[in-house]
Structure formats: structure tokens, C-alpha cells
Design a protein around this ligand. Structure first.
Ligand SMILES: [Zn+2]
Length: 447
């Protein structure tokens, strides 16, 4: 089916950063025309070869590229509200790991569907997800069912002294299962589902495992891990390995443009340069970093060095939302007391949320902007609300400082409407919500 979106203001994020008030044509999930008069009949051709053309009235709406979150844990959505007031290592040991260890295939599916429903409602059309140790097939199956664009990998944790029993795995099993999952899911659903190797973090992985993952990275696979999130974590890395976190990963071969490192808060000056020079992606998660009391990553400074930065909400138990609008607003504000009011612009932050994420996922040629040839991952916003009027001088300011998830009216992924006029089309929202209550980390909830 072809789609014509008419009457909207298009924030393209193309190289010229054009903002257009022109029709947008989508054909078989691909953007085929931006800003040119579309003279399509409602049905073109006749008989069996007829192409159905659907017109979406976007009069008064703003159309943006679908937002891309480069660091989430959909396996943790059911833990929302059950892990407050803890720092990273206690948060992991007391709440997150025991919960992940109890997951069944069914609860994993429920957790992922709930997370995806929230992401779609907020205009996030793609994410880089870190799964748990087990049940990663459930994550991909749920994303396939929801029509979602997901890159995911199972958590790899083979360091026996650190990892609790239910999640413990041997190096061989961790690698074999990761390779098998990559074989099954990478490129599935017309390329919408992809695999990323996901060693959880340095302390949970043996050197041998990390070297094996580095081998796969040098073969072109995407690698997604956490680094330098918390001061105590960094001290433990130094104690055990005698090195800083990012420097150690680099030494093993885990750096470069297909490596995505969440957080990167506690870095030496050499490590900052190293991230920029190698093109390693920094996944900035400001809500999570504040809520776990971890710190504030030096994002404007890293960008000045030339580092590539994107955004993510991290997981529901450390945020407690998966809302990119909150992350954009926080990312735009939290650094300014340090670097000055002009130190990071709304446009830079919107780029992190779109193209930055697409780059971190390694699919910048497919998504992240509204350009001919890219996949039609789009969010249609209704900004006719008191919090967004007057429009102001700059569309990025309007989006980043004033925008909210509630502004997202319709969402397309691969040219398919997954949210239409506020209604989820690929998921039964009532059953997703009741699954979220039934399978909640604290036990079935009737509230
Ligand atoms: Zn994380």
C-alpha cells in the first residue's frame, strides 16, 4: 500500500535540516517522495495490479523521524516501581538480577510488550535493547508481533563470582546461545529485527568472553555493553584489572563504530579522546544516571572531542519511564549549569534522539531522518496544546523543551501504522496492561 501524508510540517533531519510543509509519499514502507507535489489518484491502475493509495490528513500536525532509543532493557519493564532508592550494584543484586532470574518465557513476553507499547506511544520507533540471560527468543517474538524495529542481544554474564546462580552461564554456553540467536534473528522481518552481542558489563564477564565478543565485533557485529556508570563499579574494575573501564574494553578490541557503550560517566581524559577517535557510541541515559545517583556524563565535552552520542531511557526500574521526551529535555538541561546556557542546543539534542540513535544501531542509511530511500519510521505530532503554543522561533526548541509523549498522535514503522489517532494497532493494549499487572515484579497487582 502507498501512503500520502498531506498538510503536515515535516522536520526532515536531512543534511540541510530542511523543515518542509509539503506532502510525503510512502511506498511499500519506503519514503519515495519528500516535498514534491504528489498527484496520485486514490486508487491507481485497475484490476489485480491496482495500488491502493491511502491519504493521511496531517493538516496542522508536525511529522518527525521516529525517535531511536539506543539503550533500553525491555526485560525489566515489569520491575517499574519496585527498585527505587538504590545505587547500581545494590540495585542489580537486590532487585534486578533476582527478578530477571525468575523470568519465564511468558513473563518476558509480557514485559517486552508493555515496554514496546510505551515506546510506540511516545514516538520511539526503534531501540537497542539488552535482554536478560535467558528467554531472548521471547523478546524478538514480541517485537515481531508488535511490528517493532528492535536490535537486541541476550545479556552475557559468565563471571561466576559476580553473577547470581539463576543467571550464571558458562563462557561456552553464553557464546553458543548468542551466536544461535544472531543466526535466528539478525535480519528477520525484512531487516526490522537485528542482533547485537551484549556482554552486560566488565565485572560480569571474563576476559575470554570479552575477547570472543571482540572477535565478532571485528567481523562487523554490533556490540552493546555498559561502561563506567558508577564510581564503585569503576573502583572495582581498577581493583580487579588495574585499568580504567573504557581503556580495558579498547585494549580487548571492544571499541569502534559498531560498539555502543551505555553511560560513560566516569572517564579519564584519555578515555574521552579514545571514544572520539575510535567512533565508539556513547549512549547517554540522563534519567537513569540521576535516579541511581550515578553521576552526570560529560556529554557536551565529549561531543567537543568529536564523540558520537545518542539517548536512551535505560530500564523501567531505573527511570521509571521509557519516555524519549523526558530524556531529550533532561539531556538538554542537565549539563547547562556546568557548560553554560548555550553549551548544548535543542537541535543537537534532537539529533542525538534521531540520527544519533540510528548511527548507534548501525542503520543510519535506513532510519533517523525523513529522506527519500529511507524506511518510513515516523511520528505524527499534534502540538495544538497549551504547553506547545505559541510555536516559538525554532522547531527543535518546541520539540525538545516543550514536547511530550502525549503529543504523539500516530506512529508508523516500516510504513505501517502502529499507532493511529492514539490507538495502538498492532497490540491489544488492554491485554498488554493486564499482563503488566498480573506479572508485575511484586506479584499480581489488582491496582
Ligand atoms: Zn542499562
Amino acid at each position: 500500500m502507498d501512503l500520502v501524508l498531506e498538510g503536515g510540517t515535516i522536520v526532515t533531519m536531512d543534511p540541510e535540516r530542511r523543515v518542509l510543509r509539503e506532502p510525503l509519499l510512502v511506498s511499500n514502507g519506503t519514503i519515495t517522495s519528500v516535498g514534491q507535489e504528489v498527484l496520485e489518484p486514490r486508487v491507481s491502475g485497475n484490476g489485480a495490479g491496482a495500488r491502493i493509495v491511502r491519504h493521511l490528513d496531517c493538516e496542522g500536525k508536525v511529522i518527525i523521524p521516529g525517535l531511536v532509543q539506543s539503550h533500553v532493557h525491555l526485560c525489566q519493564t515489569l520491575l517499574r516501581g519496585y527498585a527505587d532508592g538504590l545505587e547500581l550494584m545494590d540495585w542489580l543484586r537486590d532487585r534486578v538480577w533476582p527478578f530477571e532470574g525468575r523470568h519465564t518465557f511468558e513473563t518476558m513476553r509480557s514485559s517486552v510488550l508493555l515496554g514496546i507499547a510505551e515506546l510506540i506511544r511516545g514516538g520511539t520507533t526503534a531501540c537497542l535493547d539488552m535482554g536478560s540471560v535467558r528467554h531472548t527468543d521471547a523478546v524478538f517474538e514480541a517485537a515481531a508481533e508488535a511490528g517493532y524495529r528492535l536490535t537486541c542481544g541476550k545479556s552475557m554474564m559468565d563471571e561466576q563470582d559476580v553473577v547470581p546462580v539463576p543467571l550464571r552461564e558458562s563462557t561456552e554456553d553464553s557464546l553458543a546461545e548468542s551466536d544461535a540467536l544472531a543466526g535466528r534473528w539478525h535480519g528477520a522481518c525484512g531487516g526490522r529485527l537485528r542482533y547485537a552481542y551484549a556482554p552486560r558489563f566488565v565485572l560480569s564477564c571474563t576476559e575470554r568472553l570479552l575477547r570472543e565478543v571482540a572477535d565478532r565485533a571485528s567481523g562487523g557485529s554490533l556490540v552493546h555493553t555498559h561502561a563506567s556508570e558508577n564510581r564503585n563499579e569503576l573502583a572495582a574494575v581498577r581493583r580487579t584489572l588495574g585499568k580504567d573501564n573504557v581503556a580495558y574494553l579498547h585494549e580487548l578490541g571492544i571499541s569502534g563504530s559498531n560498539v555502543a557503550l551505555a553511560h560513560c560517566i566516569w572517564l579519564g581524559e584519555d578515555e574521552k579522546r579514545l571514544l572520539a577517535e575510535t567512533g565508539t557510541h556513547v549512549l547517554h541515559c540522563p534519567s537513569s544516571n540521576l535516579k541511581l545517583g550515578s553521576g552526570i556524563a560529560e556529554i557536551p565535552e565529549l561531543m567537543k572531542e568529536g564523540a558520537r552520542v545518542s539517548l536512551g531511557a535505560d530500564g523501567a526500574p531505573c527511570n521509571n519511564n521509557l519516555d524519549m521526551w523526558t530524556e531529550m529535555r533532561l539531556a538538554a538541561l542537565v549539563h547547562l549549569p556546568r557548560v553554560g546556557a548555550g553549551g548544548l542546543t535543542a537541535e543537537q539534542v534532537f539529533e542525538m534522539a534521531t540520527l544519533g540513535g540510528a548511527r548507534a544501531l548501525g542503520i543510519e542509511d535506513e532510519i533517523g531522518s525523513i529522506e527519500v530511500g529511507k524506511r518510513a519510521d515516523l511520528a505524527i505530532l499534534n502540538l495544538e496544546s497549551p504547553h506547545s503554543i505559541p510555536p516559538g522561533e525554532d522547531v527543535y526548541s518546541r520539540l525538545v523543551y516543550s514536547g511530550r509523549s502525549a503529543d504523539v498522535e500516530s506512529v508508523l514503522i516500516d510504513g505501517e501504522l502502529v499507532l493511529e489517532q492514539g490507538v495502538l494497532k498492532t497490540l491489544d493494549e488492554n491485554s498488554v496492561l493486564s499482563g503488566g499487572k498480573k506479572n508485575a515484579a511484586g506479584g499480581p497487582s489488582t491496582r
